[in-house]
Design a protein around this ligand. Structure first.
Ligand SMILES: C[S@@+](CC[C@H](N)C(=O)[O-])C[C@H]1O[C@@H](n2cnc3c(N)ncnc32)[C@H](O)[C@@H]1O
Ligand code: SF4
Length: 497
């Protein structure tokens, strides 16, 4: 064997480097060990599972209260607990694993500081990926096809068979679509404006069925000038082949897997209350546990609809009023029933139904103050808490419409009425609305809270430890990004007071 002192030296040097590498490696491992976020009660029982998934944590952090509790003692007699701000300084590169079962708010909070790709969830059904709000849980259910999204770019997928078989088809299709998006394989979703990176449910589970005027038997009693489903009414009249919305709902209601309160049904099937099976459809809704979203013109009063609204299972009711005067309503919808709609909006028990009134701006038709402010008066009169702003199939707003939109938003903001953007807006108008909504409201200066815990606002009083008495008083607390409100008692929100 050839003896070479240089080799010997090299060997021992290699060994040294090797042990140094091992040390560095274990140091690296420690340095990059996961941070665990959240100390809820279930964590001790789940620790071995968590460690097998993510590895031994380097530190725990969590809400202020959780961190405060373990300020002076290690958690589980072993783990350091430190505030998030400190974790950010010491472990900016480490992955962070959230232990909460519901974690949407935490995810958003953490994503402000961490690379979202490094945020993971042990319990919550969430993951960071490229997707949209529809894929994986939504179906636009149609007579002989489906779409996995509502208004994105996805073309329809031909299908047939029973409701159960079509759902299975949807599932296979959706799994493959998400796989392809993940792997960068071209899909029909490419370049869709709704496809964005974000936190989405990890599991694929159909929980939203949309019925949007795609079945024979869907009819309407109005003829809105802009209506994009008008031609379907005629088409289905001429060719009534296939299941009606009612027959489809009947089959769906008989599948136990979907008879639960996690399932939402959207009924935008022509005008529901004009459908010859309207009462039978409500009987099905009563027989299930579904939540329901109604898109209706509100021209017809139906007792069963009124009864259903009292169940608390209504996600919301969306009504396109598009006018503030009977004349313009008639011009757009070809039937003279503006006053009837307002009457029904007052008569239906909508208190727990999240009514949203919509205004589709139509150039030269309803782009005037009498209609826009007339519309807003109805919003106030019927106690509606949210409005939706739309254009006719994303047609860009004119300058005149933009000014009216601005006036409408400012009034809504002033009154605390929520503003929603319809899906039918151009990108520029979406941004225009976002910018106005984001503008800070004209603020009233409020004196600091004095000793007796009373804030004086323009002569009216908010007593923080007794009832708020001033009639029609509106108080808004505007807070900085890092401000906190601490509530030591109960908050009672009673919209009727
Ligand atoms: C076709 S309707 C069916 C439901 C019900 N008849 C109604 O009018 O509310 C469903 C929704 O599509 C909206 N819509 C119809 N045509 C539109 C268009 N050209 N642009 C934007 N939204 C439109 C309506 O305002 C309504 O909110
Ligand atoms: S009420 Fe609805 S379905 Fe009927 S014509 Fe108008 S938009 Fe179309």
């Amino acid at each position: 064997m050839e003896f070479n002192i240089a080799n010997l030296f090299q060997n021992s040097q290699d060994k040294k480097d090797d042990s140094q590498d091992k040390k560095d490696d274990s140091q690296d491992k420690k340095d990059l060990a996961p941070v665990f976020y959240g100390i809820p009660a279930h964590v001790p029982n789940s620790m071995s599972k968590y460690i097998s998934i993510a590895g031994e944590p380097v530190v725990f952090t969590g809400s202020e209260e959780e961190v405060e509790k373990y300020k002076n003692r290690p958690y589980l007699n072993k783990y350091k607990v430190m505030p998030l701000a400190e974790v950010l300084k010491q472990y900016p590169e480490n992955d962070i694993w959230v232990t909460y079962k519901i974690a949407n708010t935490t995810a958003k909070k953490l994503a402000k500081h961490y690379d979202p790709k490094k945020i993971h969830f042990f319990e919550a059904n969430l993951e960071y990926k490229l997707s949209c709000g529809f894929i994986g849980h939504f179906i636009d259910y149609r007579v002989d096809n489906f779409s996995p999204c509502c208004i994105g770019k996805h073309p329809s997928v031909k299908t047939s068979g029973t409701v159960q078989e079509r759902i299975a088809h949807w599932e296979n299709y959706t799994v493959k679509l998400l796989e392809d998006i993940k792997n960068g394989v071209p899909t029909a979703c490419d370049s869709c404006k709704y496809l964005k990176e974000g936190f989405y449910p990890r599991d694929i589970k159909l929980d939203y069925f949309c019925f949007a005027t795609n079945h024979p038997g869907d009819v309407c009693n109005l003829r809105c000038s802009y209506c994009f489903v008008q031609n379907r009414f005629q088409k289905f009249k001429e060719n009534p082949e296939g299941l009606t919305t009612y027959e489809t709902l009947k089959q769906l209601s008989e599948i136990p897997e979907y008879n639960n309160s996690n399932t939402t049904i959207e009924l935008s099937n022509g005008e529901l209350c004009a459908n010859k099976n309207c009462n039978e459809i409500f009987d099905i809704l009563f027989s299930t546990k579904w939540k329901v979203r109604f898109v209706t013109n509100m021209t017809i009063y139906n007792e069963k609809f009124a009864e259903f609204l009292k169940t608390g299972r209504t996600v919301n009711v969306l009504t396109s009023l598009d006018s503030g005067t009977p004349e313009t309503f008639l011009k757009i919808k070809k039937v003279d029933c503006f006053n009837k709609v307002v009457e029904n909006l007052k008569k239906y028990p909508l208190e727990n139904a999240n009514l949203r009134l919509k205004y589709i701006f139509l150039e030269g038709v309803n782009d005037n103050e009498a209609d826009v402010y007339g519309f807003y008066n109805v919003v106030k009169e019927v106690g509606c808490k949210s409005i939706s702003i739309s254009s006719d199939r994303s047609k860009p707003f004119t300058e005149k419409i933009r000014n009216l939109v601005k006036g409408l938003i400012e009034k809504a903001k002033e009154d605390g009425v929520k503003i929603f953007k319809s899906a039918y807006l151009s990108k520029q108008d979406e941004k225009y609305i976002d910018d106005i909504v984001a503008q800070p409201r004209k603020q009233k200066t409020v004196a600091p809270v004095p000793e007796n815990k009373v804030i004086n606002v323009d002569g009216k009083k908010i007593t923080l430890d007794s009832d708020l008495l001033a009639d029609n008083a509106k108080y808004v607390i505007i807070m900085g990004d890092n401000s906190t409100i601490t509530i030591n008692g109960n908050i009672i929100i009673n919209p009727k007071q």
